[in-house]
Design a protein around this ligand. Structure first.
Ligand code: C2E
Ligand code: MG
Ligand code: MG
Ligand code: MG
Length: 283
């Protein structure tokens, strides 16, 4: 009996694994085709100053819409792009697209505006990453002091010596660095102190927790305090309601991003949103 169960279990396991691998391979091809056929595009989610409620920048986020209109989440296709190596070209394209958008916004008068761009660890470890970054900045004419790269905390914890060296070189180009999804890893204060970073992004999970229980805000509070001690800017992500915004503001969090203020939008909508916001702010 035990034996047949084992066999049954084994059969089930390998079949579902086969399905998963086949699905992954299918998606890998579809993604490559989609990239070649311009089905991928970049949207921008505004980041705001919690006190003035004015925009200070935007995060570039990749989107994939299939010809039948379905959206596939980056949480699903980014790992596949990483696994297949496509992330190298895709990531460069996102960087260049976002840099060009930044230049356009500046030409339209939005001069105090930062563009944040997510960087995958596969991209980051690529031997030509630094060259790619320098060339993209040069070709697009994007001012590096208004470009920020987001790397995740989990990525920051692997191979500390390599990371410290890379960050030093990246900082020389003039761009700044944010640690994304902060609070989900276990970086120590002493380690963070050795990293040339500029900003911590409080992960959405901890923003959601803020209104949940009495101690719900403790991690957000800790990150804000950490930022203050290390002289880093702090931004909260995933702010969905006014209560969360209020609590964050009371805790001294200067910046935020989330559906409460704006959803990610395409470049054209961002232009409109920024102009409206400026008018409202001036009124
Ligand atoms: P992330 O960098 O932490 O991006 C924030 C995610 O939270 C985005 O999801 C955004 O749409 C979502 N979000 C923003 N505000 C709210 C809110 O108020 N409520 C909720 N529920 N969600 C909110 P998205 O666009 O699906 O991206 C998911 C992840 O995919 C990103 O997480 C990032 O890790 C990755 N990603 C997206 N674009 C790129 C890219 O161009 N390159 C790389 N390497 N990764 C990317
Ligand atoms: Mg991000
Ligand atoms: Mg994030
Ligand atoms: Mg996140």
């Amino acid at each position: 009996r035990a034996k047949s169960q084992q066999r049954a279990g084994h059969f089930y396991f390998s079949r579902s694994m086969g399905v998963e691998i086949r699905e992954r391979v299918r998606m890998m091809h579809a993604l490559r085709t989609a990239f070649g056929q311009n089905q991928l595009f970049v949207v921008y989610q505004p980041q705001i100053d919690l006190v003035t409620r004015r925009p200070v920048g935007a995060e570039a986020l990749l989107r994939w819409q299939t010809p039948d209109g379905k959206f596939i989440s980056p949480d699903r296709f980014i790992p596949i792009a990483e696994y297949s190596g496509l992330i190298i070209d895709l990531g460069e394209w996102v960087l260049r697209t976002a840099c060009r958008e930044l230049v356009k916004l500046r030409a339209a008068g939005h001069l105090d505006f930062m563009m944040s761009i997510n960087v995958s660890q596969v991209q980051f470890r690529h031997p030509y990453f630094l060259d790619m970054l320098r060339t993209a900045l040069e070709d697009t004419g994007a001012p590096p002091e208004f470009v920020e790269l987001e790397i995740t905390e989990s990525m920051a914890m692997e191979e500390p010596d390599l990371l410290i060296k890379m960050l030093g070189q990246i900082k020389q180009t003039g761009v700044s660095i944010a640690i994304d999804d902060f609070g989900t890893g276990f970086s120590s204060l002493s380690y963070l102190q050795r990293l040339q970073i500029d900003r911590l992004k409080i992960d959405r999970a901890f923003v959601t927790e803020i209104t949940g229980s009495a101690r719900g805000s403790s991690i957000a509070e800790m990150v804000i305090q950490l930022g203050r001690n290390l002289g880093l800017a702090v931004i909260a992500e995933g702010v969905e309601d006014e209560r969360q915004a209020q609590i964050l503001q009371n805790l001294g969090c200067p910046l935020a991003q989330g559906f409460l203020f704006a959803r990610p939008m395409n470049a054209e909508a961002l232009d409109g949103w920024l102009n409206n916001d400026t008018l409202e702010g001036a009124a």
